[in-house]
Unconditional design. Structure first.
Length: 152
């Protein structure tokens, strides 16, 4: 136990965000926005509002894109590996439109092996990888929100 404490390890606790209320401006069906709102509500003292006017800051999810690219081919010209990317572009402003986090991007990549004979399993793996990347993006967004410097 002493070694764990000595290395600086801490359990994840509540996230202290430097603002009291947040509005998330994103597509209504965005799973990223839904997960982020849940994370803010459960892991910080910050209130997520449903109206832009009630929020101290506005997190705008400018773009959220899933991309897929062929990484390698077999000798017979069939796909053997894919690379998938999950890209989130966001910015944080206040009610007076002052930027606290300028337009920034989170880019996550994963590779997976593809087989024509196991196409359904490969599709399931791709879905799980995208979900994992979305969870990572929410964690990264929470850390970036914690470091935001609000200007008076």
């Amino acid at each position: 136990m002493l070694l764990v404490a000595a290395c600086g390890f801490e359990l994840r606790g509540t996230a202290t965000l430097p603002f009291s209320s947040l509005y998330v401006d994103a597509a209504p069906t965005s799973q990223l926005a839904i997960q982020l709102k849940r994370a803010v509500t459960l892991n910080s003292g910050t209130r997520v509002t449903d109206r832009r006017e009630e929020a101290e800051v506005i997190l705008q999810i400018v773009n959220e894109v899933q991309e897929k690219q062929i990484l390698s081919l077999t000798g017979g010209g069939r796909v053997s590996e894919f690379q998938i990317r999950y890209r989130v572009l966001f910015r944080l402003t206040d009610s007076k439109n002052r930027e606290h986090i300028p337009a920034s991007e989170i880019l996550l990549r994963r590779e997976y092996t593809y087989s024509d004979s196991q196409a359904l399993a490969s599709q399931s793996e791709e879905t799980l990888l995208y979900r994992d990347m979305r969870n990572d993006a929410v964690s990264q967004l929470m850390r970036r929100l914690q470091t935001a410097k609000l200007k008076s």
